[in-house]
Every structure is written in C-alpha cells, then in structure tokens.
Design a binder for this molecule. Structure first.
Ligand code: HEM
Length: 169
C-alpha cells in the first residue's frame, strides 16, 4: 500500500495545487492571446462549467477511492479539490451573470427559470434601492400585497377544504 511520507505528501499536495490551477491559467493565457474564438463568453462559460463538473466528480470520488485502495491520505486532499470546484463554479456563475447578462437578473431570469428567485429578491430589493423616492411607498405596497395575498390564500384554502369535506358526504 502506498503511503507517502510527510515530505512526499507535501510534494503531492503542491503538485495538485498547481495542476488544478492550469485550466484557469489557460483561460488567462487564451484571453491575453486573444484565442477565445468567435464567442469568448461561451468559451469561458463552457470551460469553467466543465471544470466545475470535473472537480465536483473528483471530490466526490475521494471517499470511495480511499475505501477501495485504503489510501487514507487521499482524504487530506479532498478539501482542496472541493475548494477548486467552488472556485471554478464561482467563475462559471460570475461569467454567466456578468459577461452574459451584465448583472441584469431580470433579463437572465428569462433564460434560466430558477434565476426567477433572484428576480423576486431584485424586485423588492435592488429595484427599490435604485428608486429611493418610491421606496417607502413600494415597500408598503409589497407588505400590504403580501398580507392581502396571505389572507386571500387562507380564505381560498378554507373554502377548498370546506368544499372537499362537503363532497365526501
Ligand atoms: C455546480 C453547478 C454547475 C455546474 C457543475 C455546471 C456545469 C456546466 C457544464 C458542464 C456546462 C456545459 C459546458 C459545455 O458545453 O462543455 C455548463 C454550461 C452552462 N452553464 Fe453551468 N454549471 C453549474 C451552474 C451554473 C449556474 C448557476 C449557471 C447560471 C445560472 C450556469 C449557466 C450555464 C450556462 C449559461 C452555460 C452555457 C450553455 C451553452 O453555452 O450552451 N451554470 N455548465
């Protein structure tokens, strides 16, 4: 069974750190050399998306690999690969939101359904922040509307439950 000495482990860890940075270095180099192709945003989005997925898979495979091989020292590398997955995911998401949609979450949400949650936050948060003069009024409206919606939903739900219980008899 391969069990590296502390010195060997340090070398392995340093190597992994540098190797994991290579895709990022490649992106920087390609940007500097203007080699990102006809659609640079798509290139960066896809590249960082791929590497997020790779590092996610690598991180998730550490535990089964350690079990099969009994290489317990692998566990000490898992945090680094996990952090790299997070690093590439951050780049991926930032590229999407910044270069692809210029931080316009309303527009982004038209393309990606789940971004809709940002849109809701945006509509009651950022939007109001940008329009200081309307803030108080709109906040009051938002609160009033949500209270009104809650009341209406409760009433409708009670009605439905009532209908249901009547239908049973
Ligand atoms: C853990 C989270 C994520 C992973 C593992 C992931 C992975 C990927 C992969 C593998 C691709 C395809 C790359 C290719 O075509 O070679 C991709 C593309 C893409 N992802 Fe993600 N992604 C994640 C989260 C997100 C998020 C949060 C967004 C933004 C809402 C996003 C937006 C996109 C977009 C816009 C593309 C490009 C699609 C295209 O050009 O056809 N991804 N992602």
């Amino acid at each position: 069974m391969f069990n590296p000495s502390p010195r060997q482990f340090k070398v392995i860890k340093a190597l992994l750190f540098v190797i994991a940075l290579l895709p990022f270095a490649r992106l920087i180099a390609f940007t500097a050399l203007d080699r990102l192709g006809a659609n640079p945003v798509e290139f960066i989005t896809r590249n960082t998306g791929d590497w997020t997925l790779y590092f996610l898979c690598i991180t998730l495979s550490v535990t089964p690999l350690r079990r099969f091989s009994n290489w317990n020292w692998l566990l000490k590398l898992r945090r680094m690969t996990g952090l790299y997955a997070f690093f590439y995911a951050t780049l991926h998401f930032t590229t999407f939101l910044w270069f692809d949609h210029f931080f316009d979450v309303n527009e982004a949400s038209l393309h990606h359904g789940w971004i809709y949650c940002f849109r809701v936050i945006d509509s009651v948060g950022i939007d109001q922040y940008q329009r200081h003069d309307q803030t108080a009024g709109r906040q009051a409206l938002a609160v009033a509307t949500s209270a009104d919606l809650r009341r209406r939903a409760a009433r409708d739900f009670a009605f439905l439950v009532d209908e249901g219980s009547e239908a049973q008899f």
